[in-house]
Ligand binder design. Structure first.
Ligand SMILES: CC(C)(COP(=O)(O)OP(=O)(O)OC[C@H]1O[C@@H](n2cnc3c(N)ncnc32)[C@H](O)[C@@H]1OP(=O)(O)O)[C@@H](O)C(=O)NCCC(=O)NCCS
Length: 340
């Protein structure tokens, strides 16, 4: 029927459909978040969809009205663990909102993931720092609540303007005692791979998870390498550091990632210190090391002038480290959950 939304799975080898699908999310994110928008660029999302990753299965859906793309949808299914869970994302072009297209897309995605046995569904929603702390009145939060999602974990997005002067980093650098830090650009060295896989896998349950249903992730070295291949295909560069205990074991890690598709920006991804080695300021030492590495490297996209990061609001230690480095809050990000 004219005016009705028609939802189809995106053929990931059809460049024109991919561009139309991605354009919806891009415009929606710019409209709602301005310079804080973080939607992955078209080449990065395309690389992910075409990667055929073993560890996470991603599918794209487009909603069209009379041939024009108005709704964007994505499902991500963890394949090695959390096999009852799916992540979904929905966005609607701003001029086409409040006509039920978002609801139609979400219903389609829930049916797709439900048919694959996924009974827990997670969705991220962002809202400005200036809005109500629980997001009341913002489109994404109202939409999520309307559809039976409840807030599971509240995160804050912070930004750090670069460069951080060397003397500031020197003053913050806590000293390592008996520990050492190794930092490098690119793939994880072979001798650190197993420890890296274990630390990276433990992050999703070691960081505060609020009320979310999250199972431990499987540590899988092949998945780490698979992820690194995807980073290359996406034009991304990883700046990484590990903390090493006196017996040579890696006991903490951090990574900061840039992309040639977003010059000027870096993303602070995971940071973790093993439970037995907390309280030695290794989190701060790792972040200082990664920042020094980033600032002293020639990034393929040119100079980086800001870093974005997300932390659970309740994660007092990590937030404390970030605030000492100079990160300031700009947005909240709620991870919403729906169980069926
Ligand atoms: C959230 C979003 C997808 C909604 O798309 P949409 O097509 O406007 O949604 P619908 O028309 O299906 O709205 C369904 C219901 O959600 C609620 N809702 C949606 N937008 C709302 C808003 N701005 N304010 C209050 N309630 C809203 C209402 O209850 C609405 O029903 P109603 O129009 O009968 O009152 C869209 O605003 C968007 O793209 N936001 C940015 C991305 C995002 O936050 N996605 C959600 C997380 S996956």
């Amino acid at each position: 029927m004219p005016g009705e939304v028609r939802i189809e799975r995106v053929d990931v080898h059809d460049d024109a459909v991919l561009a139309a699908w991605h354009g919806v999310a891009w415009r929606a994110d710019r409209h709602d978040r301005g310079e804080n928008a973080t939607t992955w660029t078209l080449p990065e999302l395309t690389a992910q969809l075409r990667s055929g990753r073993r560890s996470r299965s991603t599918a794209a859906y487009v909603g069209t009205v009379d041939g024009t793309a108005v709704a964007f949808g994505v499902t991500v299914l963890p394949m090695l663990d959390n096999t009852g869970t799916a992540e979904v994302a929905v966005a609607v072009d701003p001029p086409a909102r409040r006509r039920g297209h978002g609801s139609a897309m979400l219903a389609h995605l829930l049916a797709e993931v439900g048919a694959q046995g996924r009974t827990t569904v997670h969705a991220e929603v962002d809202w400005p720092w200036s809005a109500a702390p629980d997001g009341t009145g913002t489109p994404g939060v109202e939409f999520a609540r309307r559809h039976g999602f409840a807030l599971g974990n509240l995160e804050v997005m912070r930004v750090l303007r670069l460069p951080v002067r060397d003397d500031v980093l020197d003053a913050l650098d806590p000293g390592l005692g008996q520990y050492a830090v190794r930092s490098w650009v690119g793939p994880v060295p072979e001798d650190l791979l197993q420890a890296w896989a274990e630390m990276d896998a433990s992050l999703s349950t070691e960081a505060p998870t609020g009320d979310l249903q999250v199972e431990a992730q499987v540590a899988d070295t092949a998945a780490v390498r698979e992820g690194e291949q995807l980073l290359v295909a996406q034009g991304r560069t990883a700046y990484r550091a590990v903390a090493v205990a006196p017996d040579g074991t890696a006991v903490g890690y951090t990574e900061v990632v840039t992309t040639v598709h977003e010059p000027g920006r870096a993303y602070q991804w995971g940071t973790l210190v093993h439970g037995d080695h907390r309280g030695h300021r290794l989190g701060l030492a790792l972040k200082v090391a990664a920042l020094r590495l980033l600032q002293s490297s020639e990034d393929p996209a040119g100079p980086v002038d800001h870093v974005l990061t997300w932390n659970a609001e309740s994660n007092a230690h990590m937030v404390g480290v970030n605030e000492r480095l100079g990160f300031v809050p700009v947005e909240r990000c709620g991870i919403f959950e729906r169980r069926s």
